[in-house]
Write a protein that binds this ligand. Structure first.
Ligand code: C2O
Ligand code: CU
Length: 496
């Protein structure tokens, strides 16, 4: 063989090897600016493929005749505000209570931002002002099923708020419970850096606890904090008093919580009250990343203190005038919400789903936007080639979430609460277990159901926020609705 022929053959062989890779690389490139409606492919879940939905998802982004823009999905503008506040977002250095300096973000000069409290049925109006966050900001009301235009997702339900600009959120606080808010612009960076706060909605009737304490747990530069305080955080409580600790896990991974010096009850999960919660002893409760658990503790009458351990490196110390209780090791047994509490009747029939979706999470090598890596997959495909779960208003939807990816994923659906039906084929037998953030371990599968009763376009993503930034994001979209907002481009909307 001549050396020239050998060279040509070698070149051809190289091309044959590289061409498919180059093709995969080129196919993965994202346009500079795009609509979520152009992402991936429509998945109708076995339900009717209504024309207006079929036209979207991978086909075009322009609004079609007869469609409702999600911009219109707001609270009644004629309702006066009951709770009104302004939150000013800044990029700045701030100090934790211990003096540790954090280079991050604040709301009204502090992180976490203020806890917003509202009574059931009140209209909450929050004006977000971007004082100095160069990347832009938004506020998402995690766990609150707000009208779509108030959901705070940059490039999906609004444009990010640039420096010097403001945006006003309005919603009726009709869901009692523990929630939180955080930026949904560059969220993997901004939430970690402190751009979040608590939201508590209390019932109109009923006895409040003697001590009601939101506990936002967050890692700043690896320092675990409760409401910005490290280590043991003292809380006043008198013997015999009832304390409600509203644990909010604002981090990217699951957190075990346990109590020493008293039994406790898990009275709410993700904002929904548990039906007939029973006393728990020597068990941990796992709080999903982004999720919440409300613990109720009755202070011992002998005046001794009670410790609520948050992940093991920070704790609330309740009471404390009497003898101090010793910290105990984390109980290896966990409260299982699948069987905790008692069943209660539902106001819909979960056994007659109109659509059934699969959300199977895997991982494999490939390209996302031209970057090679080991990426998450949804139903076998990588971002942005992900399903657009399309529903019609009123549908009962069933979704099977399965995780074969080698890592845990806290799955978060916006705008809805889902009822857990089963885990690994074992049916739920306890209190109805409603979630907005579900901890799905590697190798686990869950069946959940929700009623499509909040029209718009909703994210359905992993709340380990770096995972979301790596493409573990899909959306639920209602037939007949469309969003005018775009991700990327000059608006620089970057929801993850
Ligand atoms: Cu807590 Cu999509 O967010
Ligand atoms: Cu994840």
């Amino acid at each position: 063989m001549s050396s020239r022929l050998r060279l040509v053959l070698a070149c051809l062989a190289t091309t044959a090897l590289l061409a498919p890779l180059a093709w995969l690389w080129a196919m993965s490139l994202m346009p500079d600016e795009y609509s979520v409606m152009d992402m991936g492919y429509a998945d109708h879940g076995g339900g009717p493929a209504t024309d207006d939905v079929a036209g979207h998802a991978g086909m075009h982004s322009a609004m079609q005749a007869g469609e409702t823009s999600i911009v219109e999905m707001t609270a009644n503008p004629n309702l006066p505000a009951d709770v009104q506040m302004t939150l000013r977002a800044e990029q700045q250095e701030f100090e934790l209570a211990s003096g540790h300096e954090v280079d991050g973000y604040t709301l009204n000069g502090r992180s976490p931002g203020p806890v917003i409290r509202a009574e059931e049925g009140e209209l909450v109006e929050v004006r977000l002002v971007n004082e100095s966050v160069p990347g832009g900001v938004t506020l998402h009301w995690h766990g609150v099923d707000v009208p779509n235009a108030m959901d705070g997702v940059a490039g999906v339900t609004q444009d990010s708020v640039r420096e010097g600009e403001s945006f006003t959120y309005r919603f009726v606080a009709d869901q009692v419970g523990t929630y939180w808010y955080h930026s949904h612009q560059l969220s993997h960076e901004q939430v970690q850096g402190g751009l979040f706060g608590g939201l508590v909605i209390t019932p109109r009737r009923g006895e409040p606890a003697d001590v009601d304490l939101p506990a936002l747990v967050h890692l700043y530069d690896g320092h675990r904090t409760i409401n910005g305080h490290e280590g043991d955080v003292p809380v006043e409580a008198m013997p015999g008093e009832t304390v409600r600790v509203r644990v909010v896990n604002t981090d990217n991974g699951p957190m075990p919580v346990w109590v020493s010096g008293s039994s406790y009850r898990v009275v709410a999960v993700d904002g929904t009250d548990v039906n007939e919660p029973t006393p728990v002893n020597a068990q941990s409760v796992l709080v999903t990343a982004g999720g919440r658990a409300d613990l109720e503790i009755v202070m011992p009458v002998n005046g001794s203190s009670v410790r609520v351990e948050m992940g093991g490196s920070a704790a609330l110390v309740l009471g404390g005038k009497g003898p101090a209780v010793a910290a105990v090791e984390q109980p290896s047994l966990f409260v299982d919400p699948l069987s905790y509490g008692s069943p209660a009747s539902l106001d819909f029939d979960p056994d007659e789903p109109m659509r059934e979706f699969e959300y199977v999470i895997g991982r494999r090598p490939g390209f996302v936007n031209g970057r090679p890596g080991l990426w998450w997959t949804i139903n076998g495909n990588m971002f942005p080639d992900v399903p657009m779960f399309t529903v019609s208003e009123g549908d009962v939807v069933r979704m099977r979430i399965e995780n074969n990816s080698g890592d845990v994923h806290p799955m978060h659906l916006h705008g809805h609460h889902a009822l857990v039906l089963s885990r690994d084929g074992v049916a739920a037998t306890g209190s109805p277990w409603w979630v907005d953030s579900l901890n799905v371990e590697d190798g686990e599968s869950y069946e959940v159901t929700f009623v499509a009763d909040n029209p718009g376009v909703w994210m359905d993503h992993c709340h380990n926020l770096p995972h979301a930034a790596e493409g573990l994001v899909a959306h639920v979209m209602y037939a007949g609705y469309s969003t005018p907002y775009l991700i990327g481009g000059k608006g620089e909307n970057k929801p993850e």
